[in-house]
Structure formats: structure tokens, C-alpha cells
Design a protein around this ligand. Structure first.
Ligand code: MG
Length: 364
């Protein structure tokens, strides 16, 4: 029986984690839940999973660090929106708990610190992100130095076939219409439309799998059947396939290395009825990919600036204050104005994060 805390319990990943727990009551016990906005749903969840009041945190001032350290918990699911999860992730690792990580922004902004904390405390950061779960599943049983390259697949998002003019006039509702993955949060859905999601995932993969950026490729695969691929030094390529259902990577992160039947729907490969296609991304129409690469190459606090400027710009786009193509423009402006600090402390990362948000939002 694994005892689990979920930070961000009422969001898309949080509710799907609870569904996995509901299906596997003999294996997973929920001992802590947090929510920022939806207190009513949190109360209902707490009632259903019999979580005591000491395991609950709710509201804007929710103490995620306290929950992350909760006595008796074995693992903490970090599924809060954005960089706010950094402190809680570090607290969980320092308290000796495995972290099942959905919030990729934590690794983008503070990957070096987070992976060092996991190593120092002898615990693990297990990916919930579907691409990274796919890579993690593919490398099981192979030596760490046997990986030549990782390919992260991308659906291409709702604007995959849109021209520049049409993208310039895109409204939040257009971008929120994701073609293959159902019911994602708003922020990640916009990130999928700009392809920044894939840029952030490249940085996330770099830390999770200890690979240099040039050995992490992106391939557009609109069918979202293959969730990522690993090329090994002998030239063999392994891929992980499945339905676009986040409950599978959630279950794997929580029960790894075991595989248990939670009654999830199966991919019927013989009746797929569609070809699987792969194409390189169009970096001219999706400049966020190059921005993410540049941030990783600059290193230090620059990825935190990339991430925070992106969160702020996406917020402005959702409020219809800036256009869709202005999202990468604002990110680039913040990056141009930032002199990155090498090997940053947590305080320096959080300061860079706050600075970048102000750079983007101060004129609105
Ligand atoms: Mg993903």
C-alpha cells in the first residue's frame, strides 16, 4: 500500500490521480490533498477518500510545503499549475519522499537543484508527463549510458496546419481546442498550441534523463499514439504506445516498476485505422522551440525566466490582452533583458521568476 499526497488535487492531473486511486484501493491510499480554488470539490474528495483534516490544504495561501512533508506519506504527486510547485517539490524530496511530477515547470526552472535533492536524499523524481513516462518505460532494464537519443513526440497542437496570418488572429478559444488529449488544464493547452510545451519538455527530459539538449529531438506525430521513442547505441529504437489517457503515466509513476490492471481502456492496434505519421516541427511558425533551446544553452537562471515569462504571457493571452504571436515576443524580450546567474540558489531562481513575470505584466 502506497500512501500518497496530491498537490493540485482538483485539477486535471489531480482528479485523474484520484481516479487511479479509486480503481486501485488495495494499492494506493490518499493521505493528503491540496487545492487552490475549488474548495467544494476538495471537501468532496476528502470525504470520498477519507482524508483527515490534517491532510488538507486549501486556498491561495495553502501550505504546500507542509503537505509535501506530511508524516506517513510515501510519495507526493506534484500537479499544481506552474513554478509554484518548486518549493513543495524540494520539501518532499528533502523529507525523503518520492515525487511523481506532473508540473514540468519545476524541472525547467530548478532542474539542477531538484535532481541534486533527489540524489542527496536517495529518493526519485518519477515523470507523470506522458512523453517522459514513455522514455522512462523504454529505458527500463538498459544501462543509463546506453541511450543515444530521445525523441519526444508532439501532437502539433490545434494550429499545426494554420498559416501565420490565421495564427495572428487566433483567440483563446481556438487555442484551447486541443486535437487529441482531452481535458487538459488551460495553461498547458496554450503551451501545446505554441509548442512551448515541447520546448519545456525538452528541458524537463534533459534533467530527468541526464542528457545533453542536442540528444533530445522533437517530432510531430499528430495521432498521439506513440508517446515517445528512445534510440540506443546499437541503433535499436524503442517506443511506448497507448491511448491518450494520463491515467496510464500516473499509474506507472505511482506503482513503478509494477504493472497492475486498473481497468483502463486498451489501445486496439489492429483497429487503429489511421497511419502513424512523423514530421519535423516548423520552427519558423513556432518560435518557442528555439527560445527554449536558447534558454537551456544559456543555463543558470535563464530557463526560469523563459518559464515565468511564458506563464505570464499565456495569462495575458487568455485575458485577451495580447495576441497569440505576441506570446513568444514577450518571452524573448524578457530573455534579452536577463543576465543569467550560473548555478543559481533557490532564492535566485525565485527572484528571476518574479522578475520575468514583472517584465511581461508591468505594462498591462
Ligand atoms: Mg507532455
Amino acid at each position: 500500500m502506497k500512501r500518497i499526497v496530491i498537490l493540485g488535487a482538483t485539477g486535471s492531473i489531480g482528479t485523474q490521480t484520484l481516479d487511479v486511486a479509486r480503481r486501485l484501493p488495495e494499492r494506493l491510499r490518499i493521505v493528503g490533498l491540496s487545492a487552490r480554488h475549488n474548495e467544494e470539490l476538495l471537501r468532496r474528495q476528502a470525504h470520498e477518500f477519507d482524508v483527515p483534516p490534517a491532510g488538507l490544504e486549501c486556498g491561495e495561501e495553502a501550505d504546500l510545503v507542509r503537505l509535501a512533508r506530511l508524516d506517513g506519506a510515501d510519495a507526493v504527486v506534484v500537479a499544481v499549475a506552474g513554478a509554484v510547485g518548486i518549493r513543495a517539490t524540494l520539501a518532499a524530496l528533502e523529507a525523503g519522499k518520492d515525487v511523481a511530477l506532473a508540473t514540468k515547470e519545476v524541472l525547467v526552472a530548478a532542474g539542477e537543484l531538484v535532481m541534486a535533492a533527489a540524489r542527496t536524499n536517495g529518493v526519485r523524481v518519477l515523470p507523470i508527463d506522458s512523453e517522459h513516462s514513455a522514455v522512462f518505460q523504454c529505458v527500463q532494464g538498459s544501462p543509463a549510458d546506453s541511450v543515444e537519443k530521445v525523441w519526444l513526440t508532439a501532437s502539433g497542437g490545434p494550429f499545426r496546419e494554420w498559416g501565420r496570418d490565421r495564427m495572428a488572429a487566433a483567440m483563446p478559444a481556438d487555442a484551447l481546442n486541443h486535437p487529441t488529449w482531452p481535458a487538459m488544464g488551460r495553461k498547458i493547452t496554450i503551451d501545446s498550441a505554441t509548442l512551448m510545451n515541447k520546448g519545456l519538455e525538452t528541458i524537463e527530459a534533459r534533467w530527468l534523463f541526464d542528457l545533453p539538449m542536442e540528444r533530445i529531438g522533437i517530432v510531430i506525430h499528430p495521432q498521439s499514439v506513440i508517446h515517445s521513442l528512445v534510440v540506443f547505441h546499437d541503433g535499436s529504437v524503442l517506443a511506448q504506445l497507448g491511448l491518450p489517457d494520463m491515467r496510464l503515466p500516473i499509474e506507472y509513476a505511482l506503482l513503478h516498476p509494477e504493472r497492475v490492471d486498473a481497468g483502463l481502456p486498451r489501445l486496439d492496434i489492429a483497429r487503429l485505422g489511421t497511419p502513424l505519421t512523423f514530421d519535423p516541427p516548423d520552427e519558423a511558425r513556432f518560435p518557442c522551440l528555439a527560445l527554449a533551446r536558447r534558454a537551456a544553452q544559456s543555463g543558470g537562471t535563464m530557463p526560469a525566466v523563459l518559464n515565468a515569462a511564458n506563464e505570464a504571457a499565456v495569462g495575458l493571452f487568455l485575458e485577451e490582452k495580447i495576441t497569440f504571436p505576441a506570446i513568444p515576443e514577450w518571452i524573448e524580450r524578457a530573455m534579452d533583458a536577463h543576465a543569467p546567474q550560473p548555478r543559481p540558489t533557490l532564492t535566485q531562481i525565485l527572484n528571476a521568476d518574479a522578475w520575468a513575470r514583472r517584465q511581461v505584466t508591468q505594462d498591462f
